[in-house]
Design a protein around this ligand. Structure first.
Ligand code: FES
Length: 322
């Protein structure tokens, strides 16, 4: 029996005798539920089309409880709170600040520790929000990967007054209230081919999370990292860089935009990618930087033969191009 969930549009194939909640969870959806026996009503959904059996009765419309309802035919169900496959629910919790250290280039590495019993759930490449004193929140890419457990790492560029105020808040209070996870530029599933990671400045945080996840998962396809800054002194220290250099399938490229003549490469990130990778058709590209940089990179790589759908960046969601 096919059960179509609205508003997500996900389609479940329920096995004979299986409840709608069980089918959704078997297929990897996060669903609201608690008692699983029809008492708490947390899993209440609305039957739009079809018939279900709930307890001893057959229903063909109205509210029902997904934890005890079995579809009798193909159904359409309105069930708020069911997340798409692979999506994780956002949660808020207070963290301890266990490190706030300058690591070069005016960048600060911030480490937070979630409370015992509250393991943060996120995919590599996602971001969190930190609550600021006086109201408002600031977004930061998670530089840690899910296997880091309760410890979360962020890279904060401390040049602007608002970032300096947040760093001062973290150091003063020693705690931070965070919300996570957010963003769909992630690696919920590893791709079946090479990865190209393009980071400007502290966009490196997101790429560190992706790289650490790939290493932990034994990803064997080539991973090309392009990290760009304006001046050589803007490169900051990354804890695992030396290990990355000796990882056979990891190819690291540092690129400086404003100074030719330093020991490394100069120019723009998309120029370096185009110089190195002649065949872009089979690669998966993840990019992090300003909207201008991201769209310039997208246009240049599409011109070089990449399909636009091969590239993922948070900018596409928060600053869509007209
Ligand atoms: S989970 Fe409690 S009624 Fe369904």
């Amino acid at each position: 029996m096919r059960v179509t969930l609205q508003p997500s549009g996900a389609v479940l194939e329920a096995l004979p005798g299986e409840t709608i909640l069980a089918a959704a969870q078997r297929l990897g959806h996060e669903c609201p539920n608690s008692c699983r026996n029809g008492n708490c009503h947390v899993c209440t959904a609305l039957l739009v089309e079809g018939r279900v059996r709930q307890g001893g009765e057959v229903r063909d419309h109205g509210e029902f409880y997904a934890c005890i309802a079995q579809p009798l035919e193909d159904c359409v169900v309105l069930w708020d709170g069911v997340l798409a496959m692979g999506a994780l629910p956002a949660r808020a919790f207070g963290c301890q600040v266990i490190e706030c250290a300058e690591v070069g280039g005016d960048v600060w590495r911030v480490r937070l520790r979630a409370p015992a019993g509250k393991l943060p759930r996120y995919h590599a490449g996602q971001y969190l929000m930190i609550e600021r004193d006086g109201g408002g929140q600031s977004a930061f890419s998670l530089a840690s990967a899910p296997h880091s457990g309760r410890e979360l790492e962020l890279h904060v560029l401390g040049r602007e007054a608002s970032a300096q105020a947040l760093l001062a808040q973290l150091q003063r209070e020693g705690t931070a209230r965070v919300h996570l996870p957010y963003g769909d530029t992630h690696l919920a599933e590893l791709p079946g081919g090479p990865l190209v990671l393009i980071a400007a400045g502290t966009g490196m945080a997101q790429m560190q999370s992706l790289i650490e996840h790939c290493r932990e998962q034994g990803f064997h396809h080539p991973v090309h990292l392009y990290w760009g800054v304006r001046r050589p002194e803007d490169f900051y220290q990354l804890e695992h860089w030396a290990q990355w250099e000796s990882t056979p399938n990891l190819h690291l490229h540092k690129v400086v935009s404003d100074l030719c003549g330093w020991e490394g490469r100069c120019g723009l990130l998309h120029e370096a990618v185009r110089e190195d990778i002649a065949q872009l058709s089979g690669v998966h590209v993840y990019a992090s930087g300003s909207p201008n940089m991201i769209y310039a990179t997208l246009d240049a790589l599409v011109e070089a033969g990449m399909d636009a759908h091969q590239m993922r960046a948070d900018v596409f969601a928060y600053a869509p191009r007209a």
